[in-house]
Design a protein around this ligand. Structure first.
Ligand code: MTE
Ligand code: CO
Length: 421
């Protein structure tokens, strides 16, 4: 698609724009006390009792938030067993993804495996093959780390053109949790791994097993054998009771329900690895072993599922940025499709291989915006435009689309997924 022609500003938009100039940027409440029953009358909730402390032993979000849920795209996969759903990133803030709405990706469904039935074997090039029970794992020194998991296919439907209308669907194959677990290094040491070994092969207990080979350097670096997420047990769908956490690397390597780790001198060329997780280039050749997720960002609000619901004036533009190579150092936001940029405020300094929340506290003139965000990480890498990425990778890929996303925000506040050239 070529340049987006801006519709002419309507007279209504002009008037609202003029009114906003009069009030300036001062943030005032918009409701009036006088005549508002919510202020002047005692409400039902103030006259009776609320729920007792025994009403919800394990709480769910209040019913008013019941649209903040994972969603799937029906036409994407043939069934829901080998499928994917998407995190409602447009409706979340901060950086931690609650497990209950964190996207799921299974090749053969989410299995139910109890702690007592759980076993983890380490074999192959080791002094003594070991089998750990869940209770055994709990006796090793453990660590806490927050990391994002991004499926390599995130944004994969957008290569050929703007396709799905919502940040949840274009960028929602991602979640960010605080994991508690034992460094894999500790367990490999316990088994006495052969120091000349170059790879491990990891498999899960589900029917698909999701077998993946991981270079030994990464295995010894920051990989975790994790059993808690955001303080509580992993949910079934995220690999209860134990999953592998492979920070910064594509989600398919984070083996869930992990049951065996084999120490090897070369990768196991599993069917998935050789045929699926490669990037098809314009000339038909393939890129493979592209494990690291490059720096990327997306504006979560405003966005198609999170339109602006107020007139001109103060507007909080917000989104998420991340890099599998390290920490986010800066995020720029453009309102004009990349012609000019403003540097956004990071809610906290970027953390290693974790989501970073950014805000641009701005004054909206009520006119069209072509909103974009551009992430930079501590390696100096700058997130590419869609055109730059296509120049290098063509349009045949599915995986590793980390290009700059554009939302066209109209004077009505509604937003749409578009491409700018
Ligand atoms: N592990 C097993 N055992 N089975 C699977 O199907 N799917 C992989 C990975 N680990 C998978 C698995 C893929 S492709 C991704 S993107 C992540 O798990 C998704 O993790 P989540 O479901 O916690 O979001
Ligand atoms: Co995946």
């Amino acid at each position: 698609m070529s340049d987006i022609p801006f519709p002419k500003p309507s007279r209504r938009a002009f008037l609202r724009g003029a009114a906003a100039t009069g009030t300036g940027l001062a943030l005032a409440g918009t409701a009036q006390a006088e005549g508002d029953p919510l202020i002047t009358q005692v409400q039902d909730w103030a006259q009776g009792f609320g729920d007792g402390v025994d009403a919800t032993p394990y709480g769910l979000p209040i019913r008013f938030e019941d649209d903040v849920v994972r969603r799937n795209v029906e036409w994407l996969t043939a069934d829901t067993i080998s499928s994917i759903n998407f995190t409602p990133i447009h409706a979340l803030d901060g950086t931690i993804t609650p497990q209950g709405c964190a996207f799921e990706r299974h090749h053969s469904g989410a299995i139910e495996l109890s702690k007592s039935d759980y076993r983890l074997m380490i074999n192959g090039l080791v002094d003594k093959p070991l089998v750990f029970t869940y209770a055994d794992l709990e006796r090793f020194p453990r660590e806490n780390h927050t990391y994002f998991l991004e499926c390599a296919a995130n944004t994969g439907m957008e290569w050929a053109g703007a396709q799905l209308n919502g940040a949840q669907f274009t960028h929602g194959m991602i979640h960010n949790m605080e994991y508690t677990g034992v460094p894999l290094r500790t367990l490999l040491n316990e088994a006495g791994y052969d120091t000349s070994a170059t790879w491990i092969f990891v498999e899960g207990a589900d029917a698909s097993s999701n077998g993946r080979s991981i270079p030994m350097d990464k295995a010894l670096d920051d990989v975790l054998v994790a059993f808690k997420a955001n303080g509580e047990a992993l949910r079934k769908e995220h690999g209860y009771p134990v999953r592998l956490v492979v920070p910064g690397w594509e989600g398919n390597m984070w083996v869930k329900w992990v049951r065996r780790i084999e120490v090897l001198n070369g990768p196991v060329e599993s069917r998935e690895e050789t045929s699926k997780y490669t990037d098809t280039m314009a000339d038909g050749s393939s890129r493979k072993w592209t494990w690291v997720m490059d720096a990327k960002s997306v504006i979560t609000s405003p966005s198609p599922q999170a339109p602006i619901t107020h007139g001109p004036g103060p507007l909080v533009i917000t989104g998420l940025a991340w890099s599998g190579r390290g920490a986010i150092t800066r995020v720029d936001v453009s309102k004009d499709g990349g012609k000019t940029w403003e540097t956004a405020r990071l809610a906290k300094p970027g953390e290693n291989k974790a989501l970073t929340r950014f805000y641009l506290d701005t004054d909206w003139d009520g006119e069209d915006m072509l909103l974009q965000a551009r992430a930079m990480d501590d390696t100096g890498y700058v997130q590419p435009t869609k055109a730059q990425l296509r120049d290098v990778r063509g349009e045949n890929s599915i995986y590793h689309n980390n290009c700059i996303q554009t939302w066209w925000v109209r004077p009505t506040g509604e937003a749409e997924n578009v491409e700018v050239s």
